[in-house]
Design a protein. Sequence first.
Length: 465
Amino acid sequence: EPFAANPSVKPGQFKGIKTQTTTLPNGVRVVTEDLSGPYATSGFIVDFGTGDEPSACAGATSILDRQLVKSTHLRTSFGIQANFHEQAFEPAVAVHRDSYSVSVSHPRTLGAQALASIADLVWEPAFDPTEVSQTIEEYTELYPEQFQSNPELVLEEELHRTAFRSSSLGQARYAAPEIVKGLRAPMLNALTMQATQDPKKVVAVGVNVDHEEFVNHITEITGNMLKTPDMLDLEMQALHTKVPEAFVPPPASQYVGGESVTRLAQADGQIHALLAFQAPGWKDKDCVPLVVLQTLLGGGGSFSTGGPGKGMYTRLYREVLARNAFITNASAVAHVYNDVGLFGIYASAFDEPGVSADLGRVVAESMAGLKRQITDEEINRAKNQLIGTVYYNLEHRSVVFEDICKQMLSWGERKSGEQLEKEISAVTAADIDRVVKRMTSTAPTFVTAGQKDTPSLNEVMAKLG
């Protein structure tokens, strides 16, 4: 029987999902959650992302997701891929502005082999100069298709660059090819070593695994992979001599705000606009009301695959999409990090004569509408929808893995679905009103993209009042 070693839960025996956390003597935190499924997801999240790049090493994380599945000091790139294929493992590398993770999906009976298949990707990447050059070439070739042809991604990049300028969160997640071409293998080695050799910056996470076994595997892996203080000092000194620029931290994130206009390299026949303000971060008490507010506004595209009905009672659907035929998309947008966030309204419309001014009006009126009294019906619907979304997402291994990773780095603990439900249910209209006033008292950030005319910040602010 292929899954004979897997747990079998009979009706009435399920006692709920239990999260277990252990901090190893070396400082690495280990977190597991067992959903009793036959497949598992195991991996590591590292507290290092785009916002941690020294300015002289800009673009490092832009290629990290491709580079971390290549040769290590222990195995060749071919050997790594052959092992994944032979074991039917599914590896994944995700890079964000504040972290990156390496994980693998596998049968729960092969936990030790699965962790062994990715451990050296985290701690022993070779960053072979030839492979790094190949990765840069791949990135350069795909950049126009994957980034420049995606207006929403362009707008997200410009939003962060304009809001935070040259501080850490303002650095490009998708750096321009001419910047990436300046990267060298020793830079990547120095950056990842600084992060992964600090046990406090690494969290090991397992979903659908036995906690005790998982802890034993991680103990063995980190015992082999973490360098002794003397060895680490020697290697760091050598790298510091070779690439001193990799050891200069970027300026701390500071919200500034401003305006940016991008002329799209590839036309999509639309004008795009996003008005945002500084928002609370994950560690802020107002982060939950912020997420409820985003759900309340909702929105989306004017065309819904599968027919209408999904989210049609959110405010942006009722007051923007249903009343303005020229609008192709209107959505509430939130980017939240540990200490700061961004919250705004995004809208797009077909690029036709006179539409630019109308698009600015719609964005301004939607933001101004936040100051109106929120009804009990609206807030209760938003809270119920958000709670349902939380529980729905917690049924998926990959989402649970990512959720645990993010919570451990942001809060230092794992909050269950029940805990989140209580926090969401406790949100009141007064909480949301406080968050709205707090955000709109900061400087605005307005970014637009299109081929011709786009609305200006002055036009929008004049209508916002």
